[in-house]
Design a protein around this ligand. Structure first.
Ligand SMILES: [Zn+2]
Length: 58
């Protein structure tokens, strides 16, 4: 199993799954602290992945 740091797609999937399944997000109608954390992780990974692609096109 790969670490989450190497899997931006998986991080996005975990965030979306959390939004669907988290009772607190559903009750509040907005992302809870866990959802915000998962979204931040995904954003960081996605940005890092884009940065790596920009540096080395292949
Ligand atoms: Zn939540």
């Amino acid at each position: 199993m790969q670490p989450l740091q190497d899997r931006p797609d998986q991080a996005a999937d975990e965030y979306e799954t959390h939004l669907r399944t988290c009772r607190q997000c559903d009750a509040d109608g907005r992302p809870c602290s866990v959802a915000k954390y998962l979204r931040r992780v995904h954003n960081n990974l996605a940005r890092a992945a884009r940065g790596r692609r920009d540096v080395s096109p292949r």
